[in-house]
Design a protein around this ligand. Structure first.
Ligand SMILES: [Fe+2]
Length: 297
């Protein structure tokens, strides 16, 4: 199977793959290996149904419907519609989602393995996704910092540590009170071995991390901010530009990502599926949810 590098420090595209046709197991195995090696896989100009999109996603991991259930695809709740298009004055999808560096479902005990987007409508300007390589960012830490963070567990809950103003466009997508009540407070290792490759990666140091187990809150935030500033430097970033029909899939254990804000009147629509890891970290310590209740919860 042919693979071409994306224009950036990582990422690959497979120009021969047509998801509207059956993909043999041997070909899928090559695609899967390339995905975990390069962190981002792009399949350009696809023309597929909701069922074909879901069928492809399921081969990477079990899909998990998003907590924001107002914008689930009518044919399959595993697909979340991201869109700024309004119909009869009503939104047709979730707008401005994830426009800060984060990794998907890091606020769940069993987090996301991968996320895939199918680009249906591309705006005239912008709408790119930025990715940051957390494996390389970890490798480049000083030995002293690697040793310092090795035993640490981050405390996570739904939200964006750097913006909890529900009126802001860079807040985490606002939940209803019913949805907020479903969201747990959980922990993940700050430096986490990748569940497939075993490589150490910084994990969710930006986004849903609000503290560190056993560390005073100020000190924990300073450390998380330092790690986030390090791991989102330009040399770790790939900027992905969408064409109509592009399917992109990214590795949530190895990357942070951020959507870029666009003109709200410049139509953009994508379908999104998020697939889970097979299991949770059995050693992850529990924390008291009441200690970390915030406006984002
Ligand atoms: Fe995201």
């Amino acid at each position: 199977m042919q693979f071409n590098p994306l224009p950036g420090p990582f990422g690959v595209e497979a120009p021969e793959v047509d998801l509207a046709k059956p993909l043999a197991d041997a070909d899928f195995t090559q695609l899967r290996s390339a995905f975990f090696e390069h962190h981002v896989l792009a399949l350009r100009a696809q023309d597929i149904t909701a069922a074909q999109f879901i069928g492809f996603a399921r081969r990477i991991g079990p899909p998990q419907p998003h907590v924001i259930d107002q914008f689930h695809h009518p044919e399959d709740s595993n697909i979340l519609i991201l869109s700024n298009v309004k119909k009869d004055g009503k939104p047709t999808g979730l707008q401005d989602a994830g426009s800060y560096f984060h990794t998907d479902y890091s606020y769940l005990q069993v987090p996301a393995r991968a996320t895939t987007l199918y680009s249906r409508e591309v705006p005239k300007v912008g709408g790119d996704t930025l990715f940051a390589d957390q494996q390389q960012a970890y490798d480049d830490l000083s030995e002293a910092m690697k040793k310092r963070i090795e035993p640490l567990y981050g405390i996570h809950h739904y939200g964006n540590r750097n913006d909890q103003n529900e009126q802001s466009r860079t807040v985490a997508s606002v939940l209803t009170s019913e949805q907020k009540a479903k969201m747990p407070v959980i922990t993940h290792k700050v430096a986490r071995p990748h569940p497939v490759t075993g490589r150490q990666c910084l994990y969710a140091v930006s986004g849903s991390s609000f503290g560190i187990v056993g560390m005073p809150e100020d000190e924990a935030r300073d450390l998380l901010d330092e790690l986030a500033a390090h791991s989102t430097q330009p040399q770790y970033q790939l900027r992905f530009k969408y064409g109509v029909g592009d399917v992109v899939m990214w590795d949530n254990a190895a990357l942070l990502h951020s959507a870029t804000l666009i003109d709200p009147s410049d139509a953009r629509t994508l379908w999104r599926i998020t697939m889970l890891e097979p299991s949770a970290d059995a050693a992850a310590p529990e924390v008291l949810a009441s200690t970390y209740a915030t406006p984002g919860m």
